[in-house]
Design a protein around this ligand. Structure first.
Ligand code: GLN
Length: 485
């Protein structure tokens, strides 16, 4: 038998349920792996060894007494922006350094209810703002494929933990690509579900009209397994959708012949790394050989997606982050003379430079005089982008594009130029603006580094993404490649 850290979540759940091995053994094996490789990767903000082992023993006794748990004993890495009661949520920020939430996020509660075990909290760009995890106030996470390079972001810790076999699956959040982009750069699979699919209750808000929670894993089947557990209506998040949640995993084997794959060539060819383009073309050939039909689609307004995203997201962030005022949460600058200077000093000391930049930008675009010119215009373009997708999805079932314009870049390579960093998100932000689901899959190595194939579908049609992705994996070995640490 493969060692416990090599097993998929599906294999772990089945093995624990059959009592071939215990949840405690599974958790111990992953804690040992963390002890061995974490010093090279820095994926975690905290590792919850005691809590995890305790919970594992509880799962084992539930299984022994006959309970059937779909995620029995599956260790999960949780991005440090989702709350676990009593465990610090830092959001990678100094301002929340000592903050312990009094409740658990619905997404975490649901998977734990299903037998999963939170191993710890993973590193991220501060408040999920970034594409490299370099914006964490606690130092960057390193890419397990090449530790001189970034893992992507903002869910870089989650993706790196899964790639380095420190956890079989993880939870991340995706506002503009933060699940898909690090998944691509770390050679794992990541899903941004449809907006509203997963409850945002207990998830610290960045840009509320874009934020979504989703799974990261080493193959599509594991992502599907986790998605069926985290998705679904939650009365504590008014934006969560009432739609039925299928057993995604049971639909993976379906026939994919005739599935129409649209490719927006004019949008994606510009500025694309030649190696990534070659990997993308090879992926399309695989889809075609599986019986899918390739066709061209036009998404004319996607050229404005980055500009639109960085107006909408910063506007919402400036409002959401107003709550960190030193009064109710985390850090407080204590020696200030009066209330206003206390606010100012707390925020000045608590927030890092990228978060400050976005609060200032967002406040500017919402200010009277500029609101119509920037924020309102961005909202209108957002509608045009959504319509582009509606029209395209009349002609095709799935849209394919690369997840990122290039493979993992070097630490420090883009930190001096925010615009360069923002351009990293060019292929991922459109799905958030349109609210549609997106799946990133490993599509092979480019100069020894993973590249990602991204598939997009109609709202609430994650099933088609999984079917297409699974068909791709059935014909390739890219998802089986592992970094050597
Ligand atoms: N890189 C994008 C940003 O910096 C997306 C981040 C995210 O999805 N949370 O905003």
């Amino acid at each position: 038998m493969a060692s416990l850290i090599e097993l998929t979540a599906c294999e772990i759940a089945a093995g624990v349920q059959r009592q071939d091995f215990s949840a405690e053994e599974v958790v111990s094996a992953h804690l040992e792996r963390i002890a061995a490789v974490e010093p090279k990767v820095h994926a975690w903000r905290s590792v919850l060894s005691t809590r995890a082992l305790e919970r594992a023993r509880q799962v084992d006794s539930l299984v022994r007494s006959g309970s059937v748990l779909p995620l029995a004993g599956v260790p999960v890495a949780v991005k440090d922006i989702l709350h676990i009661e009593g465990v610090p949520t830092t959001c990678g920020s100094r301002i929340l350094e000592d903050y312990r939430p009094p409740y658990t996020a619905t997404a975490v509660a649901r998977i734990e209810q299903a037998g999963a075990i939170s191993l710890g909290k993973t590193n991220l760009d501060e408040f999920a703002m970034g594409s490299s995890t370099e914006n964490s106030a606690y130092g960057p996470t390193l890419n397990p494929w090449d530790t001189t390079r970034v893992p992507g972001g903002s869910s870089g810790g989650s993706a790196a933990a899964v790639a380095a076999a420190m956890a079989p699956v993880a939870l991340g959040t995706d506002t503009g690509g933060s699940i898909r982009q690090p998944a691509a750069l770390c050679g794992v699979v990541g899903l941004k579900p449809t907006y509203g699919r997963v409850s945002r209750y207990g998830v610290v808000a960045y840009a509320s009209s874009l934020d979504q929670v989703g799974p990261i894993a080493r193959d599509v089947e594991d992502v599907a397994l986790l998605a069926s557990q985290v998705c679904g209506r939650d009365s504590r998040d008014a934006t969560s959708a009432p739609h039925d949640v299928p057993n995604f995993r049971s639909q993976l084997g379906d026939d994919v012949s005739g599935l129409r794959i649209g490719i927006p060539w004019p949008f994606l060819e510009r500025g694309l790394d030649a190696g990534v383009l070659a990997s993308f073309r090879a992926a399309l050939a695989v889809l075609e050989n599986a019986g899918m039909r390739l066709l061209d689609v036009a998404l004319p307004h996607l050229d404005y997606a980055i500009a639109t995203y960085y107006l909408v997201a910063t506007a919402e962030a400036s409002s959401n982050l107003a709550r960190y005022d030193g009064v109710r949460y985390g850090l407080r600058a204590g020696e200030a003379a009066d209330l206003l200077s206390m606010y100012g000093e707390t925020r000045d000391r608590g927030f890092g430079p990228e978060v400050k930049r976005r609060i200032i930008l967002g406040t500017f675009v919402l200010s009277s005089g500029y609101y119509d010119a920037y924020y309102l215009a961005a909202q209108k373009v957002r509608t045009l982008i959504r319509r582009d997708f509606e029209i395209a999805f009349q002609a095709c079932d799935v849209i394919a594009l690369p997840t990122t314009p290039s493979p993992a870049f070097r630490l420090g390579e883009k930190t001096a130029d925010p615009l360069k960093m923002y351009l990293e998100d060019v292929f991922t932000v459109p799905a958030n603006l349109a609210g549609i689901p997106g799946l990133s899959l490993p599509s092979g190595l480019v100069r020894g580094l993973p590249a990602g194939l991204q598939l997009l579908a109609r709202p609430f049609d994650e099933t088609t993404l999984f079917r297409a992705g699974h068909a791709y994996q059935a014909r390739t070995d890219h998802h089986r490649a592992r970094p050597v640490l």
